[in-house]
Ligand binder design. Structure first.
Ligand code: ADP
Ligand code: MG
Length: 262
């Protein structure tokens, strides 16, 4: 695990008779942008849910180098416990608090997120003024980096989809993660929004000591961005390699054949 941040070993999980993930292994280097791709239904989100222990895998181990440098097996841990150790994620469907402003949503990210109580946490935070101003300053720095400072005091409700995606990513950065997992971040974005997201992800890689696991079915999006890619179908490994290797891989091409528009 020398220069690895995550090591997934022989991961399997079945729903009823369906093997959604089948003996899958891959690992991610420190500072790497790693893609997990596959057609719709391939098992990508299930892998994501196993890593964050939202699902309990039937078999396998998931080793993670935490933000204190120790290596821990995530299997059996609680989701919020894992997030506190430096592994954060954004969802395929955006989860933000529409009634709060942009900067307030980012500030919530400073606390180990726990969906149901996000709103309450924000108001608890307001009570400790000093802490609040320190967190607000960091939130504004991150927003500035993402080109969102000018809308910091606007409500989240009504913001365009591409902006919501950026806000969600900004919130994840508040925890100073070792690894960020993004589940289909480009889904629903138009071309210019996608380009802007690609640039932000590149900047995150350059400026932070952080790895990114990019889960995506769109090959075009991952090719220009990832150092290495793992392609799966029917929960099974097809290939791991550079974007060029994956693009040229026959098994991957067959898996994607006729599924480009899914
Ligand atoms: N909670 C669940 N219960 C039953 N089947 C599930 C569940 N989650 C995912 N699946 C099934 O597992 C397979 C992989 O799904 P998913 O991981 O969402 O694929 P992807 O994210 O690659 O599109 C699909 O056949 C899906 O229907
Ligand atoms: Mg999915």
């Amino acid at each position: 695990m020398d220069n690895k941040v995550l090591k997934v070993e022989n991961l399997s999980i079945a729903f009823g008779g369906l093997k959604a993930v089948d003996n899958l292994s891959f690992d991610i280097d420190e500072g790497e942008i790693f893609g997990l791709i596959g057609p719709n239904g391939a098992g990508k989100t299930t892998v994501f849910n196993c890593i964050t222990q939202f699902y309990k895998p039937d078999e396998g181990d998931i080793y993670f180098r935490t933000n204190t440098g120790e290596v821990e097996n995530l299997v059996g841990k609680k989701t919020h416990e894992i997030i506190g150790k430096g592994l954060v994620r954004t969802f395929q469907n955006i989860e933000l608090i529409r009634e709060l402003t942009v900067v307030e949503n980012i500030m919530v990210g400073a606390h180990v997120e726990f969906k149901a109580s996000l709103f309450n946490q924000f108001f608890r935070l307001k009570k400790t003024r000093q802490e609040e101003s320190r967190i607000r300053k960091r939130a504004e720095e991150i927003l500035d980096h993402m080109g969102l400072l000018s809308i910091k005091d606007m409500l989240v409700a009504g913001q365009p989809y591409g902006v919501l995606k950026k806000i969600e990513l900004a919130r994840a950065l508040m925890l100073d993660p070792k690894l960020i997992i993004l589940d289909e971040p480009a889904a629903g974005l138009n071309d210019s929004e996608t380009l802007s997201l690609v640039n932000i992800i590149k900047e995150i890689k350059m400026e932070r000591n952080c790895s990114i696991l990019l889960i995506e079915h769109d090959m075009k999006f991952v090719n220009g961005l990832c150092d290495r890619i793992c392609a799966i179908n029917f929960g099974k490994l097809l290939a791991i390699g550079t974007p060029e290797e994956i693009q040229g891989n026959e098994q991957v091409q067959i898996a994607y054949l006729g599924k480009e528009d899914d």
